[in-house]
Design a protein around this ligand. Structure first.
Ligand SMILES: [Mg+2]
Length: 381
């Protein structure tokens, strides 16, 4: 079998995405589906996929590892990460999909077989910055709990920060005392509404300087958080270490780290209690599996990030089914109805979990008419 083409599609449903999908075509009629969505970088990633196409077309799609290494090593001098690792991700997922289809088995069977009946999820309520009131967040949290979910994440931090003229443009922000007080109020209200045993995570989205992140963590410590996610920006392991040494909250990081190599200091320096790589950014099914195995050897739970499109969640699910040190897979459960309009069949989900099927590969296909109907102008193929 030979790869004959690689195509990308950027599509945006109202209020969602935009999502970027990859399809790898073969001369035997099998097609593989992947995703490499990155909202701010979709067109850049699309350019990378186009530029690596000559490396991929003509190859045997069974040689997943060889193709992964070929693209990564060719771009190592410019880091191999970001748009490159995202492009690799989309292609890698599609190649695993082809392999599963060729062998008539779900991808999780190729990864060693299932180690669980289903994959437990965690989901979101509104973030404080989304103009929601605390009462609205509580209402959504209670509805989510009633729907069968047992774990929820929220960003409780308002934009009551000081960061000068680059506010909102990823310059490191400092939380004000008022912002920390509001975060405590936000999380306390959710804790009271959901009860002491419900899992609550918070996400700082890598925004804050070390001192105010530490102050926030200390204020939130009594509220029984499952984790405090990305308390400081991702570039500095030293900053994360300083946060670790001065707080008593569990830390989750990884959505901003790409390839297994970025995770080495996290494990070696004991910088996180959970790791959360994203399948569409860090290097696909192959790399997600490797990072999970690294985490296992340090007794760190694996809890993959997943807040983009339906192909990412379906392929992450395949890895989670076969991964012993899984904690929970992330999802945005209120996007599932939209997923069902552009992929078929929609994966089975209920009771706060995704359930396996016997469908080969990653188990879903794009509904091309819908992808095209919502195509974002400017896409290349
Ligand atoms: Mg996050």
């Amino acid at each position: 079998m030979k790869i004959t083409d690689v195509k990308t599609y950027i599509t945006q449903l109202p209020g969602r995405g935009p999502w970027q999908f990859v399809e790898v075509y073969t001369d035997e009629g099998l097609t593989g589906l992947g995703e490499c969505t990155w909202s701010a970088g979709n067109f850049l990633i699309q350019q990378v996929v186009e530029s690596v196409k000559p490396l991929v077309v003509g190859q045997d799609p069974a040689n997943i590892e060889e193709i992964w290494q070929l693209i990564y090593r060719r771009h190592l001098r410019i880091g191999g990460r970001g748009p490159v690792s995202a492009a690799i991700s989309g292609i890698d997922i599609a190649l695993w999909d082809i392999k599963g289809k060729a062998l008539c088995v779900p991808v999780y069977q190729l990864l060693g077989g299932p180690v669980r009946e289903s994959v437990p999820l965690y989901t979101h309520v509104q973030d404080a910055r989304q103009d929601a009131t605390i009462d609205e967040a509580i209402a959504m949290a209670l509805a989510t709990k009633a729907d069968g979910h047992q774990a929820i994440k929220t960003d409780p931090f308002l934009d009551m920060t000081t960061s000068g003229r680059f506010k909102g443009a990823s310059l490191v922000e400092k939380l004000t005392p008022a912002a920390i007080s509001y975060a405590v109020e936000w999380v306390s209200a959710l804790r009271e509404a959901l009860g002491p045993d419900f899992e609550l995570m918070i996400d700082a989205h890598a925004r804050f300087d070390v001192a105010s992140a530490i102050a926030a963590a200390r204020a939130l410590e009594p509220l029984g958080l499952t984790w405090f996610e990305e308390p400081v920006p991702q570039e500095s392991y030293v900053a994360l270490k300083e946060f670790r040494e001065n707080t008593n909250v569990a830390v989750s990081v990884g959505e901003s780290l790409f390839t297994r190599y970025d995770f080495v200091p996290i494990f070696e320096e004991r910088l996180a209690d959970f790791v959360m790589p994203d399948i569409a950014w860090t290097g696909g099914i192959s790399e997600l599996r490797r990072i999970a195995a690294m985490a296992e050897s340090y007794y760190v739970p694996f809890t993959p990030h997943d807040a983009i499109g339906p192909v990412a969640i379906a392929s992450t699910f395949q890895v989670c089914m076969a991964t012993p040190n899984l904690y929970r897979q992330e999802c945005l459960h209120n996007w599932f109805d939209d997923f069902a309009t552009i992929v078929t069949p929609m994966f089975e989900h209920h009771d706060g979990a995704i359930w396996p099927s016997d469908r080969p590969g990653i188990g879903i296909e794009l509904i091309h008419e819908e992808v095209e109907r919502h195509a974002v102008s400017g896409h290349m193929s």
